[in-house]
Design a protein around this ligand. Sequence first.
Ligand code: GLU
Length: 361
Amino acid sequence: MTHQNPVYKRVVVKVGTNVITGRDGKLDHAILDSLTSEIASLMADGIEVILVTSGAVGAGRGIVSLSGSLTPVETRQVLSATGQIRLINAYNDRFEKHGMIGAQLLVTKGDFRDRQHYLNMRTCFEALLQQKIVPIVNENDAVAVTELMFTDNDELSGLIASMLQVDGHIILSNVDGLFDMQSEGHTVIEEIDPGSKNFSHYIRPGKSEFGRGGMLTKCTIAHKLSRLGITVHIANGTKPGILRTIVEGGRTGTKFIAQKAKQSRKRWIALSEGLEKGAVIINQGAIDALTSTEHATSLLPVGITAVDGNFSRGDVIRICSEKGEVIGYGMASSSAEKARTNQGQKGHKPVIHYDHLYLVP
Ligand code: GLU
């Protein structure tokens, strides 16, 4: 078959639980067949694909009948630990039929916290892709509890997309995209501009039936990624040929148009929400200086009114106003102790350099 020129060279494909499991919690073999053969065909054309897949808990539900009383956390641990084996085998068996090798990577949110650890993880993905092996990623649900947990796999897939600087990020769910709830007939929104802010009128309340994610987290991640330079598609994973259509620039689902790509460190900082080791509270003068569009400004100790936590140089910290609003995130150039000693004083080096600063839109 002749294929059109792809518009993407490297993509993350995120597959939701609802795409690959039926209502009975069993894996849907037909959908898995078509998704894996599409991925194999894209890879044969030289497009690098990283697969982020949910469905471990869903698959576990299809095989374990739980007895006795378990807490919700224990239930998730048992279902994911058992279901992940079925899930990975379901993908890997199919990839093998296409002459390909799959690799399993199970991660927790904590793996993204430390820059060096993050870079080690990136090296592993790059090495797999170089060997033409498909990385198959899921959250390590059996051990990821409380603060180590991702909000959902949409968040996880966003972190992977940003880490690997993909040019396209495809989020597959069982709906056609974002619907304009204000239009008659609720049509699918084809494109979303990176400047858009309020998604509430595109979103039906509620979350997906079996997975943890919902349309709002999908939108939030998609919007963030598009502002970091990654084009994001939210599309229906049950439609045959969906990946090929998107990769060749066809119109389907909702596309979040990308802004100019941000450099690696900024992308890491921008997606570090929840991983901060501390915070600085800054006064209005400092907020005005940081948000001024005239020139790039670093955060100096003089504008800091309080320092929270015990961070070290190189850690990501949150920047808040005195009213508690989050202004942004940054990589600290000094320790919390030093920032505390110098806060409110002129003539000291920045606590966050402007190259290591990400302001919340
Ligand atoms: N990691 C979970 C699973 O494999 C899914 C989380 C989500 O639904 O986003 O079941």
